[in-house]
Design a protein around this ligand. Structure first.
Ligand code: ADP
Length: 613
């Protein structure tokens, strides 16, 4: 197949800068509840956080010393030609700078420590939470979204700490210490310097809104972009794209989002520029006014030249933090939004969880009993209705029915991948919700049609079922699953890497490995979804033999697509549109001449029916 994207396609109708921005993108509300919730994450690191604040306080005071020292150099050391005082003052200035620098390094370490530890805690908490989310969540969530929240969103917490909390404290300390010093040096000049401050604050709110809305849209676009990457650049997506020759179409989708996100990024980086320009103008007006008014005071003998120089040097320490603090509003709402995104996941209910008084599954027999079970994936669409049957301990129950009848749904309800809407499912006369999920699932082995193998060696995939299995146990399981000889023929034997989702193996081989995996786990209940695809006679033989080994002496529920399995079943349940329409043994059902017979003829041909009859 001609690969590649065949050169860059045309740019498409959407030119850069064409996009409109939704200025009303919803801003988060800053509530006490969310602030408390954020603060909770800092509690374990309160000592380090307080230390950071203390260091900031000390460095803000130390920062005032060099301009004051300059004042003494200009006013005392230089006019008096006092060399030793000059050396002393220069050294003092140097020392304060070095101490500030060292403290700064320490503070950086503490910053990194606190933020990274919080990120660590959150990631762990999120991972465990996501592990417990019901299957339904993964059916609905967009590919890539979980990764975005786990990685970039949570990593954003570092920026929240640095640019919001630390930046706020730092700038506030600098502002207050400088303002007080200015007023002490000369209150008249001090007031003049401070008068300009409010001018910085006025345009801030407007700027905040614009930047907020752009950054929110940027985030959304990033997430969309990740989604496309995840959907198309993985094995299944890639195959789909290639086989339907959708490269161009997918590229266009990608290009569109990429372009929108680029436009947004350009807007984002330009959004503060005009504002910054105005700020810079204000900042340069300040010193001029000081020189003007300070010069006037100097002529009147009210102030020294050193004081004026020191004043102008200090002004910078006054305006820079005001500029930063005005941005703080944007940082705060962005931070809150970030935490809201993270908390949104934490707030998703774990619908399938252990009951408070859940116990180990300790039952005397393993009859699986469905009693008037109904289930709906979505409220208005019932997938199973009034299902009642018993799968007796140690027997095989086959589920048969057209596609979409609800067979998989029934099997998913037993290990509680979904919880039933009404009715009850019992194992050994006890409702499965009375058991801990861990213990319930440890008694069940599931072999699905699309056997999932992760990208590791065959051995690693097998050990997933029993981490401490010996080589002998592994080999025995593989022999029983009729896959050992095949594995031994491979160059690396059990150390062969299977590729993403086991792509390097055929469907039949994958299924036999997953049967071996369940054999190693050795659960009492087996749920098997037989492969529908037809296999060659030899593979078919191997699979059937492996399945026989798997089901020996077990309580099993099998979604049956094969004649041999149906024949071997102790009980057959025929489903249609989420309801049981017929049940019994093969011969009994064939006599009824109903849906079962119809399905049977379709799948195995009329001859098969005749030969059985
Ligand atoms: P079968 O295994 O018999 O082919 P399923 O149990 O997979 O049938 O599906 C039964 C019904 O439930 C179908 O209508 C299907 O569309 C629906 N369904 C299956 N899985 C989901 C899901 N995750 N979310 C919503 N509906 C689903």
């Amino acid at each position: 197949m001609a690969g590649g994207f065949g050169g860059p396609p045309p740019m498409g109708p959407h030119g850069f800068g064409r996009m409109k921005f939704d200025k009303n993108a919803q801003k988060p509300t800053i509530t006490k509840a969310i602030l408390f919730r954020i603060a909770k994450y800092f509690i374990p690191y309160w000592k380090q956080t307080i230390l950071v604040m203390l260091i900031l306080l000390i460095t803000s005071v130390l920062g005032i010393l060099p301009p004051i020292i300059i004042q003494h150099i200009v006013d005392t050391a230089l006019p008096n030609k006092d060399m030793s005082l000059l050396v002393y003052l220069v050294l003092a200035s140097l020392c304060t700078t070095i101490i500030s620098g060292l403290l700064g390094v320490w503070q950086n370490y503490l910053n990194a420590y606190v933020s990274q530890k919080i990120i660590y805690d959150m990631r762990n908490q999120m991972y465990v939470h996501l592990q417990q989310m019901p299957l339904q969540f993964y059916s609905n969530v967009k590919q890539g979204e979980v990764i975005t929240r786990m990685t970039s969103d949570i990593s954003g917490v570092k920026a929240v700490f640095d640019s919001t909390i630390v930046s706020f404290a730092n700038n506030l300390f600098i502002l207050i210490s400088t303002a007080v010093t200015l007023l002490v040096i000369n209150w008249k000049l001090g007031i003049l310097g401070l008068i300009i401050v409010p001018l910085f604050i006025i345009p801030t709110r407007k700027m905040g809104s614009v930047r907020w809305s752009i950054s929110k849209q940027t985030q959304e676009k990033t997430s969309e972009q990740n989604h496309i990457i995840q959907e198309t650049l993985n094995i299944s997506g890639y195959l789909l794209m290639k086989l339907f020759t959708k490269e161009q179409k997918e590229f266009q989708n990608f290009d569109e989002i990429n372009e929108q996100s680029t436009t947004l990024k350009i807007k984002e980086s330009m959004a503060g520029r005009w504002f910054m320009m105005i700020l810079t103008t204000f900042t340069s007006i300040g010193p001029m006014l000081i020189y003007l008014y300070g010069g006037y005071l100097f002529f009147n003998g009210e102030i020294t030249i050193g004081a004026i120089i020191s004043f102008v040097a200090l002004l910078d320490r006054l305006y820079a933090p005001v500029g930063q603090l005005t941005n703080l509003y944007i940082n705060i709402i962005s931070s809150i939004a970030l935490f809201e995104r993270i908390f949104e996941y934490f707030d998703m209910k774990l619908t399938i969880k252990d009951r408070e008084n859940a116990t180990e599954m300790n039952v005397t027999h393993l009859d699986i009993e469905f009693k008037e079970v109904s289930f709906a994936y979505k409220q208005d669409k019932i997938a199973l209705q009034n299902i009642s049957f018993t799968a007796p301990s140690g027997t095989m129950t086959a589920l048969v029915g057209p596609s979409g009848a609800g067979k998989t749904t029934i099997t998913n309800l037993i290990p509680r991948l979904y919880d039933i809407t009404s009715g009850s499912i019992k194992i050994g006369d006890r409702d499965i919700r009375e058991f801990t999920l861990q213990s319930l699932r440890s008694h069940i082995g599931l072999v699905t049609q699309d056997s999932y193998l992760f990208n590791g060696t065959i051995k690693e995939n097998l050990l997933y079922a029993k981490h401490d299995a010996t080589d002998e146990e592994i080999i025995n399981a593989c022999k029983a699953a009729y896959i050992h000889d095949f594995i031994m023929e491979l160059q690396d034997g059990y150390d062969t890497v299977v590729g993403n989702r086991g792509i390097k193996l055929s469907g039949g081989e994958k299924q036999r490995i997953s049967i071996a995996r369940v054999l190693l786990k050795n659960p009492e209940i087996i749920i098997l979804d037989e492969a529908t695809s037809s296999l060659d006679t030899l593979s078919e033989f191997y699979i059937q033999s492996a399945i026989q080994e798997l089901l020996k002496n077990k309580t099993s529920i099998v979604i049956a697509h094969r004649l041999s399995t149906i024949m071997a079943a102790d009980h057959i349940i025929v489903l249609k549109d989420g309801q049981i329409v017929e049940e019994g043994k093969n011969e009994e059902l064939l006599k009824q001449n109903g849906l079962y017979t119809e399905l049977y003829k379709k799948q195995f041909g009329k001859k098969a029916v005749v030969s059985i009859e």
